[in-house]
Design a protein around this ligand. Sequence first.
Ligand code: THG
Length: 271
Amino acid sequence: MYVIGERINGMFKNIGNAILAKDKAPVQEMAEKQLSAGADALDINVGTRVPKSERIAAMEWLVDVVREVTKAPLSIDNPGPSTMRAGLARACVGGGTAIINSTTGRADKLDVFMKLAHEFDAGIVGLSIDENGVAPSADEKLEIGMRIIASAMENDVPIENVFLDPIILPLNVDQAAPGIVLETITQFKMLSDPAPHVVIGLSNLSQGASERPLINRTFLVMAMAAGLDTSIHDPLDDELTNAMVTAELLLNKTIYSNSYLSAYRKSKQME
Ligand code: THG
């Protein structure tokens, strides 16, 4: 599993405050903590408390501050093309890599963001969203997925750089949705050869629910069995990490040893 740490997001109070106060320490500590807990990449989201006119500058500040402590891939999490370009430019300084998080399947947006993916040799997350909003059925999600893959081909973006996101919504909003997402994950993997990556923003699922960590880790394991290979989540949740590493073992992706949990952690800390 490729883990994108979700915690550098202005939605979290301490990070939101740090962004507004231009206080580097909490951001850099959160970057280092997530990486030593096993994150492969870090999501970078300035949140909604920064005034619109200051979003570009805030993204540049946030990426620069994270780049001072790590060369890890950065997932630039923002819907606007100017802020995206600014974040990518800073993330890719000195050979760093980035993931565009994200485009939708709307033709005008898709074209602009896919061209950015080509220009920066970046990964790109494509959401199951189009002009009608979040696609509700597996068929409609697949249709948008196909459009995103076609656009990648047209723009010379390798499929290995494409991450399709079926969009997981809070369980308490629509209880049938997680099942549809599982079905979609399996079908996304059959859209092309090589297959695109499939990613979800796991924590969305449990927003507003009790038992958040239990709901998150149970669904992560189910989604992995369906073919999920990438997750935006909290790598500091140890029980979530244990469930993920155990699922990788049960899916025969890693080799069993009695100390497989500590082996995972050691392998990540040595990187
Ligand atoms: N797909 C893609 N990108 C995404 C998402 C997605 N990026 C953003 C989001 N969804 C994934 N990241 C988060 C980060 C935090 C939370 C949920 C998803 C979260 N935050 C607490 C809350 O809202 O209750 C904040 C609480 C606190 O302050 O501690 O749940 O789906 N491609």
